[in-house]
Design a protein around this ligand. Structure first.
Ligand code: UD1
Length: 419
């Protein structure tokens, strides 16, 4: 099993480029099932989650050509030959559930395994199913699979109890081919929703309100092939920003959109981390003075993103003073804290809050990536720690960061991937 071996890496310096956004790519790939025509998607790094989703589509008879060097993917779902996804593949990745909306809209039927529990929480899919039911679909659960069927979907008003990103995407995808108007109230407003809506509109969908809490979709008869370049990954960019701050470096992060990063930039600024806009899509991140402890609370966009919670915990664990993180989006997203404690961090978890007493230094040891973003946080802590850190279970990290070791090495980090 591959591991990262990381040594103390002070003052990272240079330029690094964020890749295409994983959380936009996955729903966009699912949405290509809505048309029999070819879709071309650019800025798609060969992340393991992307490969896994493509493999599921291939099993369904979809033709996919992935030019990994050019990070460009051609997908043609001319014939869909299978409406059931395999548990082995789909059960591992929650985003596989996004196939449901597209299959339902195009074929009137889908059989998808329940994504089940995952380390960061129970992650139910009730909001997805409630939305589909409002559109006229009938679902039943049997042997761990959801079998959903529908005649022509019929638009309706759907109120989400929580602005779930996945449920908003799944319902939006399904509603594009429904009869009449669908309104999603209390919809998620994440930038990835806007990117998906832009792609769907290129396919011929009629959508308004994306990026706000009310999205309106007027169903169309047919959707067509489209070409799209995926938005930059705001979480990968944020991770490099923390890498600059935690190593007291001076890093230029390219391929970023400032508007997507506002909640992250606000918290960096509160902590005294300096950022400077060098160009439209280029931000410099550096430190000049002592960093300050802060409090933050994860929330749906435009609140602070839960996916940046673990990287921030790593930074706050080495800032003198008391910081506090409150996680409101997922019920169990502090698994990485235990690993950080093994590196010498002083973190006290009380229910959904983590109280962090900044220490002078962390020390390298053997740790385990507990989940994708928690694993990224461990890399950041390892850069700042004294001595060598060995991170195992890095397959979690590779779900969402493509060749992170190469990108960090270019900035001067001491990081190696060993098999
Ligand atoms: C997406 C992102 C993930 C991010 C999360 C929150 C992808 C592939 N993943 O995940 O990186 O951390 O948004 O920004 O885009 N919930 C329900 N019922 C449902 C659906 C969700 O109770 O039917 C709850 C979840 O358990 C969780 C909260 O809603 O507590 C947020 O989940 P959701 O926004 O749906 O996250 P994902 O779409 O799974």
């Amino acid at each position: 099993m591959a591991k990262f071996i990381i040594g103390t890496s002070k003052g990272l310096k240079g330029n690094v480029c964020a890749g295409g956004c994983k959380n936009a790519i996955l729903p966009i790939i699912a949405a290509t099932l809505l048309t029999e025509e070819e879709c071309i998607i650019h800025s798609v790094p060969p992340l393991s989650d992307v490969i896994a989703l493509c493999s599921m589509l291939c099993d369904m008879g979809v033709s996919i050509q992935f030019d990994e060097k050019k990070e460009s993917i051609q997908i043609k779902a001319q014939n869909i030959t299978k409406l059931k996804t395999d548990y082995e593949k789909a059960g591992k990745m929650r985003a596989s559930f996004l196939i449901m909306g597209a299959l339902l809209a195009r074929c009137g039927e889908a059989i998808i395994p329940l994504p089940g529990g995952c380390p960061i929480g129970s992650r139910p899919v009730d909001l997805h199913l409630k939305g589909f039911s409002a559109l006229g679909a009938k679902s039943q659960q049997s042997h761990g699979f959801i079998h959903i069927t529908s005649k022509k979907l019929q638009g309706d008003k759907i109120y989400l109890d929580f602005p779930s990103v996945g449920a908003t995407e799944n319902i939006m995808i399904a509603a594009t081919l429904a009869k009449g108007v669908t309104t999603i109230v209390n919809a998620a407003a994440e930038p990835e929703i806007i990117d998906l809506a832009e792609f769907l509109k290129k396919m011929g969908a009629n959508i308004t309100g994306e990026g706000t809490n009310t999205i309106t979709i007027t169903g169309v008869k047919k959707l067509f092939g489209a070409e799209h370049t995926v938005m930059p990954d705001r979480i990968e960019a944020g991770t490099f920003m923390i890498a600059a701050a935690i190593t007291k470096g001076d890093v230029v992060v390219e391929h970023v959109r400032e508007k997507d990063l506002k909640p992250i930039l606000a918290k960096l600024s509160e902590a005294n981390v300096k950022t400077q806009k060098l160009d439209e899509n280029v931000l410099r991140v550096y430190t000049t003075t002592k960093l300050q402890p802060i409090s933050l609370k994860t929330m749906p966009f435009p609140g602070f993103p839960t996916d940046m919670q673990a990287p921030f915990m790593s930074l706050l664990s080495v800032i003198k003073g008391t910081s506090m993180i409150t996680e409101t989006v997922f019920e169990n997203r502090f698994l990485h804290a235990g690993e950080l404690q093994r590196m010498g961090a002083k973190i006290n978890i009380e229910s959904r809050s983590a109280i962090i007493e900044g220490v002078d230094k962390l020390t390298g040891t053997q740790v385990k990536a507990t989940d994708l973003r928690g694993g990224a946080g461990l890399i950041l802590s390892a850069l700042a720690a004294e001595g060598k850190t060995e991170i195992s279970d890095i397959y979690h990290i590779e779900r969402g960061y493509y060749e992170i070791e190469k990108k960090l090495t270019k900035l001067g980090a001491d990081i190696q991937k060993v098999e």
